[in-house]
Design a protein around this ligand. Structure first.
Ligand code: GKR
Ligand code: MG
Length: 432
């Protein structure tokens, strides 16, 4: 074994990152959201970074893995999964874990949480290995097939300010078609995005249909997507699919669960392709969903799937079954965006612009924030991920986490909504 590549130390830094009041079907984003930054330091002195969810359920297995990792090589990525299975015992899983209050990522369980934890360690190992060898991460994944990766504008219904703190940014509210179009216009003008996804499930479907139609009028011929995170019944999903026939590039998770998605897909035939980041989020969920033609497009997400290599495995499975591949995003910072861009650069048949919340995040832990040009990010050829940690920023965001009274350490969009509406409870699905 090349001893320079042996892991000497692993550092975990939970942080709180500011987040605007973006609305979704479960509530509203809190003013701060938790993320976890993972650093892996080799004996040769290379440091690699990774990023993942930072809620308590993720911190516990991350600590177990961080303790067990020193002495292993950053090249031993298959061993990383075996180690995680061994040391992260899943004892943190409770019955409540079956529902993900904040992440809107389908059924949540200990295995999925563990993969999201491992993903940050895998990315950090690849970053360290790339730095040690002078190779970009995409080269470690087999090489890039494109020099830039396209992203789509992620539109949200939103308030102008957070209800309790009154904290605001300069985006203003977007609660109707005109507000959504104005938001899209700013995304297009500032970043050059040419495709648009609206987070739905917030208002009655007819209001959201009107917003998508307004987008289609404002941006003729541009790819449009609508994602209510499973908030609709099968008949409502079919109604929306019929109303938006010829307008949507795809309809994402209109309804919850493979049964319902399959029912919509079969009845809607080819009207509107269905996409998911909720009913296909693990290998185990693939056979039934694909056999029943429940989805035409899977949104990959290296956090869900256990890292960049596993994302490429998912791409191969989708290719085999003729299912399209897109990319999902949750609130994330520049480390994850770099990782998303490297893996996206290596997948030949990534036919859709990737999602990213990044433009909504004004804080970061890297020295130079990524810049979208023409809706695209250039794939870095610098060693590793091509990002540098800003230690002062990291320390400041960690301080915020330390000083938090516990309100923000778990992402809870329903709790944030209750600040404005004390009677709010997480809506049962189908909501409409
Ligand atoms: O950030 O409100 C949000 C999104 O709804 C997010 O939680 C989802 O995971 O963006 C995601 C999606 O496409 O489902
Ligand atoms: Mg989605």
């Amino acid at each position: 074994m090349n001893t320079a590549l042996v892991i000497e130390d692993v550092r975990l830094t939970p942080i709180l990152v500011s987040d605007p009041p973006l609305l979704n079907t479960q509530g509203v984003h809190q003013p701060y959201t938790p993320r976890l930054i993972v650093e892996v330091v080799t004996r040769g002195g290379a440091t690699g970074v990774g990023e993942t969810y930072g809620d308590g359920a993720y911190l516990e297995p991350a600590r177990s893995l961080a303790e067990a990792l020193p002495g292993r090589a950053v090249t031993d990525l298959n061993g990383l999964f075996a180690l995680a299975d061994e040391v992260c015992d899943g004892s943190h899983a409770t019955a409540d874990d079956r529902v993900d209050a904040g992440g809107l990522r389908g059924v949540r369980n200990a295995g999925k949480i563990r993969l999201s934890v491992v993903s940050a360690f895998e990315v950090a190992c690849l970053d360290a290995l790339g730095r040690a060898q002078g190779l970009p991460v995409h080269a470690l994944l087999g090489g890039k097939v494109r020099d830039s990766v396209e992203y789509s504008a992620y539109l949200f219904y939103r308030w102008a300010a957070h209800p309790a703190s009154g904290e605001r940014d300069d985006w203003g509210a977007a609660l109707d078609p005109a507000g959504v179009v104005a938001q899209a216009r700013r995304f297009a003008d500032t970043y050059g995005f040419g495709s648009f996804k609206l987070k739905g499930g917030v208002f009655e479907p007819d209001r959201e249909i009107a917003a998508v139609r307004a987008l289609a009028e404002a941006f003729p011929g541009r790819p449009l997507r609508l994602d209510p995170n499973g908030a609709w019944s099968v008949p409502t999903s079919l109604y929306v699919a019929e109303q938006l026939k010829g307008v949507l590039e795809y309809l994402e998770d209109p309804t919850s669960g493979t049964d319902n998605m399959a029912a919509v897909a079969v009845a809607a035939a080819t009207d509107v392709p269905l996409a998911t980041n909720m009913c296909v989020t693990t290998l185990a969920e693939i056979p039934e969903a694909f056999a029943r033609d429940a989805v035409r497009i899977v949104l990959s997400d290296h956090h869900y799937w256990g890292g960049l290599h596993r994302t490429r495995e998912l791409a191969g499975i989708c290719r085999t079954f003729g299912v399209g591949l897109s990319m999902h995003s949750n609130t994330h910072l520049g480390i994850s965006l770099a990782a998303m861009t490297h893996v996206a650069a290596t997948v030949p048949d990534l036919a859709y612009a990737c999602d990213s919340h990044y433009p909504w995040q004004t804080e970061d832990v890297i020295t130079e924030r990524h810049t979208f040009t023409g809706g695209r990010l250039t794939v870095s050829d610098a060693p590793g991920l091509g990002v540098e940690l800003d230690r002062d920023r990291l320390a400041a965001l960690h301080r915020r986490w330390l000083e938090d009274d516990g309100t923000h350490r778990e992402r809870d969009d329903a709790a944030a909504m209750r600040v404005a509406d004390p009677d709010w409870t997480t809506p049962a699905v189908p909501r409409w």
